[in-house]
Design a protein around this ligand. Structure first.
Ligand code: ATR
Length: 279
């Protein structure tokens, strides 16, 4: 670091668990970029001041995590259409004083799915489990890949219908009753768990019976703690291809790096840095 170092960071509440500084600093080092990335604990009523600080100090980029992804939009100068459609921002680019908000979570997930499990999503049948914030971004990014059919099921079925309605003018999402999931999964090429079921410490829970999937289909889980959930373990034992959630984290950071620097992200070293920080 010297007096030319360009600053980056992540804000959230809580934030000390974040692996983003380890991952992004390694990426800057790998590409020979004079940048530094730190984690900042920002409570909700300081969000506006934090963004003013980004402007005043001339940060080039910022990641935004829970609980600020929605509220931060009101402090920015421009919101990219993808982030607008999802209704949340996780990445800010400072374009010479203009703060532009993007959402790289959903597209990061889809890039990970394509790189690590299923390169061709066009024409596929996809089932998404869960209708929370993560599901929203992923549905939008999946729809850009032109699947044949995108189905959505949620324990609270009303929320799945609401989310499908919210996207109805842009693309079609078919709400499926939680009780009809067996049949939907039998049709699916990819089944994606966006619920919190199976997350540490409740590692023995599964959102659905993985034997409902076709052997050869992709079972995907957004959870990365544990790296391979019970849902993925059982699906794999049944002959499915397993896709874990760590790649989503890596690729949301890869897109942020690319928006900030204009250079391709060194994905492999970023992944290694994150994996090493787990031990
Ligand atoms: P995120 O932003 O990570 O998506 P969220 O908005 O809190 O988190 O959403 C959590 C999702 O997990 C919801 O779809 C929730 O279903 P409900 O809307 O019915 O609450 C789902 N979920 C949590 N616990 C669940 C359980 N035991 N069985 C099925 N779904 C569950």
């Amino acid at each position: 670091m010297d007096s030319y170092t360009v600053l980056y960071g992540v804000i959230g509440d809580p934030i000390r668990h974040s692996k983003s500084p380890v991952m992004l600093n390694r990426a800057f080092q790998e590409r020979g970029i004079n940048g530094a990335y730190a984690a900042f604990h920002v409570v909700p009523d300081k969000l506006g001041e934090a963004i003013a600080g980004v402007r005043a100090l001339g940060f080039r980029g910022l990641n935004v995590t829970i609980p600020h992804k929605i509220e931060v939009m009101s402090f920015l100068d421009e919101i990219h259409p993808g982030a607008k459609a999802v209704g949340a921002v996780n990445t800010i680019v400072n374009e010479g004083g203009r703060l532009v908000g993007y959402n790289t979570d959903g597209i990061g997930y889809v890039r990970s799915l394509k790189e690590e499990a299923e390169p061709n999503l066009a024409g596929r049948t996809i089932v998404v489990l869960g209708a929370g914030g993560a599901s929203r971004g992923i549905l939008w990014a999946l729809a850009q890949e032109k699947p044949a059919k995108l189905m959505l099921a949620n324990r609270t079925e009303e929320k799945a219908r609401e989310l499908a309605d919210a996207f109805a003018s842009e693309f079609e999402v078919t709400p499926v009753a939680w009780g009809d999931l067996r049949q939907a999964c039998q049709e699916a090429d990819v089944v994606i768990n966006t619920t919190s079921v199976g997350m540490s410490p409740n590692v023995d829970a599964v959102p659905i019976d993985p034997t409902w999937l076709k052997p050869g289909a992709v079972a995907s889980d957004l959870i990365y703690n544990p790296l391979k959930t019970k849902f993925l373990q059982q699906a794999e034992a049944h002959g499915c291809r397993a896709h874990g959630g760590l790649g989503m984290f890596i690729y949301q950071g890869a897109y942020a790096f690319e928006y900030w620097t204009g250079q391709p992200a060194p994905v492999d070293v970023m992944r290694k840095a994150v994996m090493a920080s787990f031990t």
